[in-house]
Write a protein that binds this ligand. Structure first.
Ligand SMILES: [Zn+2]
Length: 55
């Protein structure tokens, strides 16, 4: 059985205006489109925050 997981951490950046949108937000839209009207996005990785346990 294949399990499908949606990565909610994925972030997409508009190559035209640089507006960043999460995959979650894009999935809500009827079509993948930036607020500026451009449709080309590049995938960017959100900065990884390392969690340090304080003692
Ligand atoms: Zn844009």
């Amino acid at each position: 059985m294949a399990e499908q997981k949606v990565l909610t951490g994925a972030v997409y950046e508009c190559v035209k205006c640089g507006q960043r949108t999460t995959q979650e937000e894009l999935s809500r839209l009827p079509e993948v489109k930036c607020i500026c009207g451009y449709r080309v996005f590049k995938k960017v990785r959100p900065p990884v925050v390392k969690q340090l346990k304080a003692r």
